[in-house]
Ligand binder design. Structure first.
Ligand code: 13P
Ligand code: ZN
Length: 279
């Protein structure tokens, strides 16, 4: 497929692969297509395909088209064989079924995380119609932190923010956490979508991360910023379990004022301990 969106979609898959976030078939990507983008490829679509059940229902996305990676497909192969790795799917009139109208030419089905992607995209559509990209990856440092930090969204967010000043600017709503849950179904999809109602990042403990964006660059940049902060924290924690210096709560209030951001005070609790991960 030779469209701008197909190229953007392919680029993030390659970029994520180059970051080391997509071992084997790890990670997946979805994009809620605009009407004019569907019209652009109308002659490539096979509307006779059969509808199949989605695990869950997304009525607000009824009759829409999505570009999604295939289950078991490798992100590193998207640039080499787009038609084999990616599908365009269409949802039926009540958002309970999908059909593959393009791609996955050698067989297969959309990502096993389709429920999570669609439930997230539905919540995001209600929140802001422009939020059309949902990206899942397995970045190692963020995953590592889910074994050692308390699975407390306030603590997790605060520790990341302190590592990289940019974090409070890039994800001022903070990071949501999903405790260990079996992936690939409705349950983890519902938990993630709950986070996406108000935030752009959901960390899945001991598994990976989901982010959203208005476009592919924004989603990729968000994933990279969280992971960079996590990498710095992993480095710090490999030296010591406590900080000698850090950005104080007032520092974040000043950042919020300078960049005209709304930062939730719940992340700016006064610490009684200098041990990383303790309040
Ligand atoms: P899929 O190959 O089905 O997309 O699964 C990869 C993954 O990361 C599951 O969480
Ligand atoms: Zn995964």
């Amino acid at each position: 497929m030779n469209t701008k969106r197909a190229k953007d979609f392919t680029k993030i898959c390659t970029d994520g692969w180059l970051q080391g976030w997509h071992e084997r078939n790890g990670g997946n990507l979805s994009y809620r297509m605009r009407t004019e983008e569907v019209e652009e490829i109308r002659n490539l679509l096979n509307e006779d395909a059969e509808y199949r059940d989605i695990d869950g229902q997304v009525p607000a996305l009824a009759n829409e088209y999505f570009m999604v990676t295939g289950s078991g497909k490798y992100m590193r192969n998207v640039s080499l064989d787009f038609e084999d790795s990616v599908a365009v799917i269409h949802l039926n009139e009540d958002g309970s079924k999908y059909k593959i109208v393009y791609g996955l030419v050698n067989g297969g089905r959309p990502t096993s995380e389709l429920s999570s992607h669609l439930m997230n995209l539905e919540v995001l559509k209600r929140r802001d119609d422009g939020l059309r990209v949902v990206y899942h990856a397995h970045p190692a440092n963020t995953i590592a932190l889910t074994f050692v930090l308390p699975l407390d969204e306030e603590v997790f967010t605060r520790e990341l923010w302190e590592m990289l000043m940019e974090c409070a600017v890039v994800f001022p709503q903070g990071v949501g956490l999903v405790e260990w849950t079996v992936p690939g179904g409705k349950e983890i999809g519902l938990k993630t979508a709950e986070i996406m109602k108000s935030r752009n990042v959901a960390v899945w403990a001991h598994h990976g991360m989901f982010v959203c964006g208005h476009d592919f660059d924004e989603a990729f940049g968000l994933m990279q910023t969280v992971e960079k902060a996590a990498e710095i924290l992993v480095k710090v924690m490999s030296i010591t379990d406590r900080k000698r210096n850090t950005i104080p709560p007032q520092g974040f209030r000043d950042i919020a004022q300078t960049y005209d951001l709304e930062i939730d005070e719940k992340y700016l609790y006064e610490k009684n301990s200098d041990i990383i991960g303790e309040r």
